[in-house]
Each structure stands twice: as C-alpha cells, then as structure tokens.
Design a protein around this ligand. Structure first.
Ligand code: K1U
Ligand code: ZN
Length: 171
C-alpha cells in the first residue's frame, strides 16, 4: 500500500467526469487500498479516485460510528445514487479544497448502489452525514466540487482567495 498525493483545486482532474470501472483487476484493488491509506492519513470521511489522480469511478468511505472510531472502510465501485429524499444543510469541507468550509443543502437520505472489489453488486442506505458524504464523493466522480453548490458570490470569493494563496506559495 502507498500514500497518494491529494490533488487540490484548481487541478483540472477535479473537474473531469470519471469513467466506469469495466474490470475489477489488481490495479483497481491497489488503487482502492492506496485510497484507504490516504484517507486515513488525511483524516477524512471519504475520498474519490480523481482526488488522487485517477479518473475511475471509485470511492472509499469510512463508516465509523463515532469520531474516535476508525477502520471500517467501504469501497464502492461505480457508485450511483438510486433514491434520494429529505433535505439537510450541513457544513462541508473537502480534502481537495484546503481550509475552506461552507454549508451545503443536500438530500438527507440516499440509497447508493455499486459493486465491491469482488464485483458483487450491493445497495446501502445512508442518512445524515453519511448521506452527505456519499453525495459529496459521487459529485467528485462527475467533476463537481462542493464549491459548485454555493452561490456565485461565495464561489468567486473562494476562488480569489485560493488564487492569492497559490501566488504567495509560488514566491
Ligand atoms: O471528499 C473529500 O474531500 C473528503 C470529505 C468528505 C466530506 C464528508 C462529509 C462532509 C463533507 C465532506 C471529508 O472527509 S472532509 C473532512 C470532514 O469533513 C470530516 C472529517 C471527520 C469527521 C467529519 C467530517
Ligand atoms: Zn471532496
């Protein structure tokens, strides 16, 4: 297993629509294992393949039940939201959007369909923060960031701030 570099905004891979995994092979498994290791090192709740430079439709989510718990990772290959209901406004952050948090409105309950690393199809139900997390990760596979759910004003303020940060870092 290896840590992978987390791509940050405005890396163009974060705006890319990812392609379905056609065959779950050794490379897919290595990618998933590396993503789990990278997720834990970054202390995130979820991670999508484009965040580590791959354009495959694959996400990993940590299904811990409380803040102290770790190590219950779920890999979902070709995830899809097949049902969504309710509404929740939750503060979101993103490992690819450093040091920025904002409230986002999303569905409160989702049913997610996908495959595990053995190719077996499964569905799961998620509520609250886990539902938010699945929507956030599946957005990544469609080239969408939580910034895209904000008002144009908030988004452009963030983009200006990020451009200044990157300019400072380059000097
Ligand atoms: O995709 C990512 O960048 C990971 C991101 C996913 C996310 C989960 C839930 C709400 C919004 C976004 C994160 O994990 S950011 C870290 C985070 O928000 C968090 C970490 C531990 C506990 C709760 C939240
Ligand atoms: Zn994210």
């Amino acid at each position: 297993m290896a840590l992978r570099e987390i791509k940050t905004y405005p890396d163009p891979i974060l705006a890319t629509t990812c392609v379905p995994v056609e065959e779950i092979d050794g490379e897919t498994r290595t990618l998933a294992q590396d993503m789990i290791e990278t997720l834990y090192q970054a202390n995130g709740l979820g991670l999508a393949a484009p965040q580590v430079g791959s354009t495959l439709r694959l996400i990993v989510v940590d299904l811990r039940e409380d803040e102290q718990q770790r190590g219950n990772p779920l890999v979902v290959v070709n995830p899809e939201i097949c049902e969504a209901s309710g509404e929740i406004v939750h503060q979101e952050g993103c490992l690819s959007v450093p040091e920025y948090y904002a409230d986002v409105r999303r569905a409160e309950n989702v049913v997610v369909k996908g495959r595990d690393l053995e190719g077996r199809e499964f569905t799961l139900e998620a509520q609250g923060i886990m539902a938010v997390c699945f929507q956030h990760e599946i957005d990544h596979l469609n080239g969408t960031l939580f910034l895209d759910h904000l008002s144009p004003l908030k988004r452009s303020l963030y983009k200006r701030r990020r451009a200044k940060e990157l300019k400072r870092e380059s000097h």
